[in-house]
Design a protein around this ligand. Sequence first.
Ligand code: GTR
Length: 322
Amino acid sequence: MSRLNAVLAAAALAALTPLAQAVDFRSADIHNSDDYPTVAAVRHMGQLLEQKSGGKHKIKVFNKGALGTEKETIDQLKIGALEMARVNISPMNGICQKTLVPTMPFLFSSIEQMRRTLDGVVGEEILKSCEEQGFVGLAFYDSGARSLYAKKPIRTVADVKGMKVRVQQSDLWVALVGAMGGNATPMPFGEVYTGLKTGLIDAAENNVPSYDSVKHYESAKYYSKTEHSMAPEMLLMSKIVWDKLPKADQDLVRAAAKESVAFQRRKWDEQEAKSLAAVKAGGAEIIEVDKKSFQAVMGPVYDKFMTTPDLKRLVKAIQDSK
Ligand code: GTR
């Protein structure tokens, strides 16, 4: 057997051998603050898992983008080089198609409806759909509603025309901002602060806690409440790592993840209120918008992305559950 074949055979065997021993799962997150709701929630999940497994399994959260951008950590999960990552659903849009659904513009009518949907059968179906691509969807976390912020006030969709707007790395996001008349510029989250400072971009879009935590309001002080998407956060485990866990341990991981959702949502609600106060104190102005003008241009985005019977069924299920 050649050296390479021997290495491959050993790797294949390792992939099949159940992990009877303890594992310290590493979990990635790009947020800088140790107290950001997603970061705190995965840490909390780790405590639950440690208790449930009698100290066998632990989770160590590597936030601040220490393990790479969201796209990079997703790639590492895929090959089993990383155990867990908390990412936004958007960078998964090109990997498992059903994740497009909760990202769609103006789909949910309220935060309550979004939470109910993600907790129910629709949410489960979307999480499960990532398995064949190598990702075990453990839970959805809250990311509130995302809105546009810019160097000048945006009050109606016509104001977006020609603006360079940073978006997440997903074709859907490029189309969504394109439908508003903006020039979408996909880039990782960590580059947005400099992008706004240097004028590479005129605007970006996010929820208030993210707008606050990385101080984007310093150079884009007008936060226009478009609330155009409620794209949630996802907690993912590498399927390669998952398949090596004994069934009983898989159950513990799932249970700890599900239990951490309520904790995350409590933190989220508190953080939204704190961040709103913080950005206002930092000079941000909150602008009310003509939301209907934004909703009116989204038809082509649905036509372009909600193309299969499965996607249409999921959209309809959500619309019918309002
Ligand atoms: C945040 C989200 C991150 C990332 C970021 C972004 O709200 O928590 O996972 O998606 O937005 O815009 O890149």
